[in-house]
Design a protein around this ligand. Structure first.
Ligand code: AMP
Ligand code: AMP
Length: 361
């Protein structure tokens, strides 16, 4: 298992003036690579053959290592190669989706940007809810078992699945009926029933603020806000209600893309306090708390209450809307700042102040 001593000894062997920023080729990799290049780093992409076209058309990776599956990043020869390149890995949604947090924490002996101890929170919804409520955030109710459902509930699979296989129900009967339908459509498997998380459905609009917790500057910054574009739920409004009823639609929430959002300004103070408080609580749970990007997933109701239903303790793909610029990154840094670049800037500044070990935990 990797610990601070292992990381320190790996860094000892690194040529710190020749660092390479590396990541798996998917999710937010172009964002990460572009930012790394703009801050003067070399880049390495671990890429599946079928995706190689992306890094040919957008040649942002100095080195492309082709693999059959992302799990190969756990192989010793590949890790050795990454260490030879003086690589710092940037984790994103594909790390947790394709590798599992246990493997990441225990099997990956390459310095990784962020606080690994917080990655497992992403997979464990109960611990996550505990963290967010202790940070003073307003959360939707959760229901232990289908029999407890007494209102509109969203049924979710665990982990970073990007909303696929989610469904809405409003009673125990409708839960079992919809679950069978989802299995029938191949969106879920029978065995998934024990992994489903039942959460009160909050009626409102979704708002996903993207934060950056800087250890170097000792500050939590707001760099962007997006909302999601999901299939088929975002297409359903094009079908008149009568036809919806006739075809018994049961749309899911598969993420297809993200849309930028400028939030009503009077909501920003609360959003900023939420970001600060989540980091403060994280610092108590797993010091030094959040390191680098994190995102709160929220719903804002018609009486302007903000409900937080999830946190991602790493870069989110929604920050891709900010590549080049986003209103909030612009307000803070001027043109040309975005999450991928902010990560690289933190690594550069930590290196300059001899504090690299404090951001690779
Ligand atoms: P991918 O490499 O596109 O398969 O994404 C890896 C994981 O991140 C999957 O679990 C996706 O559902 C999730 N993901 C990818 N893009 C987004 C996005 N724009 N918003 C939220 N989740 C995403
Ligand atoms: P997630 O993958 O958890 O980010 O959620 C995917 C989709 O479900 C997003 O469109 C969210 O807005 C929606 N969603 C998730 N949880 C809730 C909730 N408790 N209330 C309302 N919408 C939700």
């Amino acid at each position: 298992m990797i610990n601070s001593e292992n990381i320190a000894s790996i860094l000892n062997d690194y040529d710190l003036e020749n660092l390479t920023i590396g990541t798996l080729g998917s999710h937010s990799s172009l964002n990460i690579f572009k930012g790394a290049k703009e801050e003067g780093f070399k880049t390495v992409c671990i890429c599946r053959e079928k995706d190689a076209i992306l890094y040919k058309k957008f040649p942002l990776a100095d080195e492309v290592i082709t693999v059959q599956s992302f799990a190969e990043i756990l192989s010793e020869p590949l890790q050795e190669k990454l260490r030879k390149l003086n690589t710092i890995l940037i984790p994103h949604g594909s790390f947790t989706a394709y590798l599992g947090t246990g493997q990441l924490v225990e099997g990956l002996m390459v310095p990784m940007f962020g606080n690994r101890k917080l990655l497992h929170w992403e997979a464990n919804r109960n611990e996550q809810a505990d963290w967010l409520s202790k940070a003073g955030l307003r959360l939707p109710l959760t229901f232990e078992k289908p029999e407890d459902i007494d209102r509109m509930v969203i049924a979710k699979m665990s982990g970073a699945k990007g909303g696929s296989g989610y469904f809405l129900v409003n009673s125990p009967q409708s839960f079992y009926k919809q679950f069978s339908l989802m299995v029938g459509r191949g969106l879920l498997r029978e065995g998934d029933i024990d992994d489903i998380h039942l959460q009160e459905y909050i009626i409102g609009v979704n708002v996903y603020p993207q934060f950056f917790s800087s250890i170097v500057k000792n500050d939590v910054e707001l760099l962007g806000i997006d909302r999601r574009y999901e299939s088929a739920v975002d297409g359903i409004s094009k079908i008149p209600a009568r036809e919806q009823l006739e075809i018994e639609t049961n749309p899911s929430y598969t993420i297809v893309g993200n849309l930028p959002l400028a939030l009503r300004e009077s909501l920003l103070p609360e959003v900023l306090r939420m970001g600060d408080n989540v980091h403060k609580k994280a610092a108590e749970l797993a010091p030094p708390g959040l390191v680098g990007p994190f995102c709160l997933e929220t719903v804002v109701t018609e009486d302007l209450k903000i409900f937080a239903f999830e946190i991602s303790a790493r870069i989110v793909a929604g920050s891709n809307i900010g590549i080049g610029t986003s209103p909030y990154a612009y307000l803070k840094y001027g043109p040309g700042m975005y999450m991928g670049r902010r990560i690289a800037m933190e690594i550069r500044e930590a290196r300059e102040s001899g504090a690299l070990a404090s951001i690779l935990i």
